[in-house]
Design a protein around this ligand. Structure first.
Ligand code: PLP
Length: 374
């Protein structure tokens, strides 16, 4: 017999989370998540799901009937979107040079799709002229766009224009709104995107595990008319919607506690109001940006593409980026992150999301940063 390992009751350090996610969980969300479980067919639980759907429609600004929470993290929602919308042999257009675009491309290939690469700089927003050119060069079925890039801190403008280009070519659009949903304006119906997903653990300040996803009628019709079933049974939207829709057929046991958390997080969005929430992110992150610039630091993203929920700051010459990150953690209990991929060592990534997006956190971070750089 193997003997039981020695462990102690959970006792985590108290951190201020200002990295690229997760953000700090709102206390009301934490309270909701300490609620006892319910069976997945309990009428009270089904009501919670209905609430989540209605609140998500508000948060995404959509009337889409197919609006749900996927069991898993943002990557699961991304894989659900691609695995259902793209059929084997079809072509997906993505910016393969960017971190999230590359992840989308890998998923597209795994479901038997072809990838058309938008081989453009990952540190600039997509230019509609490049997108149009790519659509003219390839027979594209699905176009993937990252609305808010957590690796570069850039917000993609012209969403409607990009979607229109796809529509003119009879293609469908998937928008990654993981780092934008509820932090900066997202208008799913006005943009006309066919599928969009967000994240519970970024600007919503809930826990990973139940991820927002919405699909419009046009995409739904394509998914319902597929020639072959999606490769993943777990992420098959036609089956999932039999549980989220009127049939209420068992598919898999939903992650109860993350649903409770997501519902409360979305209620907080509704109470604050989307416009106020966007304005708060802009104002608080604006103070952060101004404070960093006053210290002589330079923001990596251009002002016009700045993403308040994720601020990228250039590491000054001669400064060890990881030493600063460690100092903030050791001395101030603050988490920020280094750059990913090509930007490793070049930038810091400072999140300002949801419950973390508060003036007291920004003031603390600015003090800590000043101290670290002295
Ligand atoms: N898309 C973007 C833009 C992200 O920033 C992330 C994670 O940070 C993901 C997708 C993947 O989400 P997750 O890590 O929750 O699976």
């Amino acid at each position: 017999m193997r003997s039981p390992p020695e462990t102690s009751e959970l006792d985590t350090p108290s951190r201020i989370l200002m990295g690229p996610g997760p953000s700090m969980i709102h206390p009301r969300v934490l309270r909701a998540m300490s609620t006892q479980a319910l069976g997945y067919m309990d009428p009270s639980f089904l009501e919670i799901m209905d609430d989540i759907q209605e609140l998500l429609r508000y948060t995404f600004q959509t009337d889409n009937e197919w609006t749900l929470a996927t069991s898993g993290t943002g990557t699961a929602a991304m894989e659900t979107a691609i695995g259902n919308l793209l059929e084997p042999g079809e072509t997906m257009l993505v910016r393969t040079t960017a971190y999230w675009g590359d992840r989308m491309a890998q998923m597209a290939r795994r479901v038997g799709g072809d990838v058309a690469s938008l081989d453009v700089s990952p540190t600039e927003p997509l230019d509609p002229a490049d997108v149009r050119e790519a659509f003219e060069a390839h027979d594209v079925d699905v176009f993937g766009i990252c609305h808010a890039d957590t690796t570069t801190g850039i917000r993609q403008p012209n969403m409607s224009e990009l979607v229109d280009i796809a529509r003119e070519h009879d293609a469908y659009t998937i928008a990654d709104c993981v780092t934008s949903l509820s932090g900066v304006p997202v208008h799913v119906d006005d943009w006309g995107v066919d599928v969009a997903y967000g994240s519970p653990q970024k600007c919503l300040s809930s826990t990973p595990g139940a991820t927002p996803l919405t699909i419009n009628e046009r995409a739904r019709e394509k998914i319902e008319a597929r020639d072959s079933d999606p490769a993943s049974w777990y992420l098959d939207l036609n089956l999932l919607m039999e549980y989220w829709g009127d049939e209420r057929n068992y598919h898999h046991t939903p992650p109860t506690t993350p649903y409770y958390g997501l519902r409360e997080a979305l209620r907080l969005v509704a109470e604050e109001g989307l416009e106020n929430r966007w304005e708060r992110h802009r104002r608080v992150a604006g103070e952060l940006k101004a404070g960093l610039e006053d210290m002589g630091l330079e923001m990596a993203a251009a002002e016009e593409h700045w993403l308040p929920s994720l601020n990228t700051v250039r590491v000054p010459d001669g400064v060890d980026d990881t030493a600063v990150i460690q100092f903030l953690m050791d001395e101030y209990d603050i988490e920020i992150a280094s750059g990913l991929g090509e930007l490793d060592g070049e930038i810091w990534r400072i999140g300002c999301m949801g419950y973390s997006a508060r003036r007291q956190n920004v003031a603390c971070l600015l003090t800590a940063m000043q101290d670290a750089l002295e």
